[in-house]
Design a protein around this ligand. Sequence first.
Ligand code: ADP
Ligand code: MG
Length: 604
Amino acid sequence: MSIKILPPQEAQKIAAGEVVERPASVIKELIENSLDACATHITLYIEQGGKKLIRIIDNGCGMNRDDALLCIAHHATSKITSIDELAHLSTFGFRGEALSSIAAVSHMKIITRTHDVPEGLQLTIEQGTVASETIVATNVGTHISIEDLFFNVPARKKFLKSDLTEWRAIQNLVYAYALDYPAIQFTLYHNNTNVLNCAATTNLASRVEQLFDQSITQHGIEVTAQDESIATHITGLITNHQYNRFDRSYLYCFVNNRWVKNYKLTSAIIQGYQNVLQQGKFPCAIISITIDPQLVDVNVHPRKEEVQFLHPRKVESLLTETIKVHLEQHITTKLASPFPTHAMYTAPAIPTADMPTSAIPSITTPSAQQPPFRVNPPLSELPFYDASPFIPTAKERPIDLIQTPVVASEISEPHVLGQLLQTYILIETDQGLSLIDQHAAHERILYEQIGKQLKKAESISLLFPEIIQLNAADYTLIHDQLEILAQFGICAQAWGNNQILIFSTPVFVKQPVCKDIVYTLVAALHEQQEITSQQAQTAITHSLQAMMACKAAVKAHDPLTQQEMISLTKQLMQTTNRLTCPHGRPTTWTIHLSEIERKFKRIG
Ligand code: ADP
Ligand code: MG
């Protein structure tokens, strides 16, 4: 084996792989260049998820002829001259490798003009070198078109996901930059359809309204905090305890204006909600961390998607505390006012660290269709699923838990000793004492019942279709996936304008939860890379089934009658996976007799 130096073009194509992973990574570099060029309006035209065309038009400073000819050279940058300058960097770019990398793996065209010349320059670039140069009439700023990305790197092209998946990544990215820069106008087209046009605004909340629905700002709390010891300043917008999503897709973190994907920062945000949001529920949070550039390394990731803090723990705990404190302040303020605007109390208690979420006061607006925290309906009303508000009392609960015929007639009557903390059913068995988590057990039972009804769930037509408003990103994701809901007896249709109409629901689902079903589907789709695969479809069905089961199941702290406990236990015995709930939590814990006897020193 003899060593050979790769021809420069091949070497460049290989190096490009570091920077250019997929269309979204190209767009990231191009947007950052436009921001570095002080553009105030950025327009993007995307075709076929960016595989066919990416065109970006900005009104930034443009490039003069010399710079334009040089910008596609490797390590050509106007932003730094030595690595020491990274400590004071105020631009996104600094490596001078984005345009050269993109040019090496696509057909590129650049049109650019600076303010001091009357006409612009158009360059076509093939295989990383300038193939033609023309004078053109154009506005001040820069247009860059990228066609047929990876046309000359088939191995890479093969790994691109479906157009829809690539488009989702692009949309997420553009949304993130739009949140990061409210003062910049962003316009986005996909396959000649305008999907976003958000005018420049002076504050984050209005940008959030431009991008998402109003529910976020209605539940929004502005946060701000600083810790001088680590030269860190946090600002942002978070949602309160009354808002939740089923996925993490609305958690955005920016560090010195860079959008970063940092699991620890996201966890720090979620940690801040520990006492007010149930597990598996997520807020929306748009957090901007400004930190002395000397205390953060931005040069740790090939696509600059990660940063490394000098004092990561301190930054994370500042973030968690900031969120906690603002949430507490918000809830306390609501409780302190006897007549809060548009709100009324249902329970006068301030949540504490050890208080369960269900104990947090639910503050409902008169027009709100759903209460922020739901409690269970009587089991009699609950063949499967209901989320209407109901304060349970033992008296109002006739015993009607068994919905499926008892097939295992051999199951002997469980000997229920009682209910511990209105959460665990205590059963005496031959082996000892079993504790059954009533919520986990009921979830498992309902999950299996819903599973048996799949594809043959009876449905009822709604008198008026329910309209569910989504934002553009979620709508794109879901609008041609609504068939999945049909197996649950839900007839849903995409209606344009980011709206989904629900025409019928299964008999076991009450209308108000349609929204939750649609949101769960959105969340499940977000989790999947390739929606069409069988594996993804199974995972999505599981999420919907588990969510319906969870909603319908009795909760911890719901009182149950003796007979309800007996029937719940018997039904659990008839399920196939009775040891865990659909989310994997155990349903039962048995303390063996021998262990009890050992504890009391009856045996050695
Ligand atoms: P970097 O951003 O790291 O400097 P790039 O390869 O992304 O490297 O860009 C190279 C250079 O091209 C930039 O430093 C900048 O001078 C110029 N440039 C790129 N895009 C634009 C733009 N949209 N407007 C003005 N100048 C640009
Ligand atoms: Mg750049």
